[in-house]
Design a protein around this ligand. Structure first.
Ligand code: NAD
Ligand code: ZN
Length: 356
């Protein structure tokens, strides 16, 4: 078992990583409040059906609250109905909300905990690879609006996070790609050999990498923004996929976004061909495709460029996190022509069917 501290002063906590980490749940719940009389386990219907779910023991009497599985549940109505259930069960400020699930559940349960009674303790048993290496770490919680994703939320730190890698045994194949995309990203945030490590180490180092970025920058102004590496094109691909009814997973989009960011950096003379090749290699090592998803020529470049210019995290027109001689940096005011040329470069890397 590996314990990774998230250093946030009095809001700091530990992330426990490894097979069997969820057995520490009762200890974490107790650490949150000696007066905790009960716990509310928030999970989704798919997670609740897994054999291992019934073995979870928060060490105090608990209720189980299931939300439908999937992104659609991540909305205010879900939080309202969960809060109503807590109120009816006399859940108090001293009690503890426990998220058991992927990033959808940790985001919902975290936001519930941040707002119920103006804030109660919460902890997470992160059960998807994406939640373990990304979503459950860092204290961002929230829900989507019809107008856009993650538009409502709060910064709310958990009292502990358990990344039980044994629970990943039941995670469907394609869900792995979501977490792998983020791990490919961490490779460029100071973990160049991440792909070669055993799973437990990969998760623990990823957690430490995100924790380090968040630790110095809890509310996202400087270093935390580098966690967005590869995400400018990824968000555009996801938005365009949604508009056109295509099926692209977040991690797959991030993988493409990483290679694209390398191509933009090469266009700007920040990195050389070998470094671009390294980006492609890393993505492949995480079993992801380093080009655009789907058949060649099937993406509308104009639409993608328009999305990238609007990306809310970009803050200005065409801002990217880019690799360079001194590592990653936020680069503003990138010429549209460079971004467009890099899309052509990406297209030239070949279509998915050809060289997989
Ligand atoms: N707060 C943050 O900082 C942050 C960061 C990244 C992503 N997110 C959010 O995370 C969400 C995506 O998270 P996700 O990819 O984990 O999606 P998810 O929570 O929907 O989980 C994916 C699917 O896997 C199932 N599942 C989870 N664990 C399982 C297990 N061990 N065995 C079997 N099935 C399992 C779930 O039921 C679901 O159907 C998005 O809403 C995203 O916005 C948040
Ligand atoms: Zn991501």
């Amino acid at each position: 078992m590996i314990s990774v501290p998230v250093e946030l002063g009095e809001r700091g906590y530990d992330v426990l990583v490894g097979p069997g980490a969820s057995r520490a749940l009762a200890d974490v719940v107790r650490s949150g409040s000696a007066r905790a009389r009960r716990a509310a386990l928030v999970t989704d219907e798919v997670v609740a059906r897994q054999d291992w779910f019934s073995e979870l023991d928060p060490g105090v009497p608990f209720t189980v609250h299931r939300v439908p599985a999937g992104e659609a549940a991540k909305r205010l109505a879900t939080v309202e109905s969960l809060a109503g259930a807590l109120a009816r069960s006399d859940f108090s400020r001293a009690d503890v909300v426990v998220a058991v699930g992927g990033g959808v559940v940790t985001d919902i349960a975290g936001f519930l905990a941040a707002t119920y009674h103006r804030g109660v303790a919460y902890c997470s048993v992160a059960t998807s690879l994406l939640a373990q290496v990304d979503a459950a770490i860092g204290g961002k919680t929230g829900v989507n609006l019809a107008e856009g994703t993650n538009l409502m939320g709060a910064f709310w730190q958990p009292i502990g996070v358990l990344c039980d890698t044994a629970l990943l045994a039941t995670l469907p194949g394609r869900e792995w790609s979501c977490g792998r995309g983020e791990m490919a990203k961490y490779t460029f945030l100071g973990l160049p050999s991440l792909a070669e490590l055993p799973l437990e180490e990969q998760v623990a180092r990823s957690v430490a990498c995100k924790a380090a970025a968040v630790g110095g920058d809890e509310r996202e102004s400087g270093r935390r923004a580098l966690l967005n590496y590869g995400h400018t094109l990824a968000h555009a691909l996801e938005a365009e996929a949604q508009r056109t009814g295509r099926d692209v997973r977040h991690g797959e989009a991030v993988a493409t976004g990483l290679v694209y960011a390398a191509l933009v950096a090469r266009r700007l003379g920040r990195i050389d061909d070998a470094r671009v090749a390294f980006h492609r290699q890393v993505v492949r090592r995480f079993e992801l495709w380093p080009g655009l998803p789907g058949p060649q020529g099937s993406w509308d470049h104009e639409e993608l460029l328009a999305y990238m210019a609007r990306d809310k995290k970009a803050q200005h027109d065409l801002t990217f996190v880019l690799d360079g001689p001194d590592g990653l940096a936020m680069v503003r005011g990138i010429e549209r022509s460079a971004a467009a040329a890099a899309l052509d470069d990406l297209e030239e890397l070949g279509s998915m069917g050809e060289d997989r």
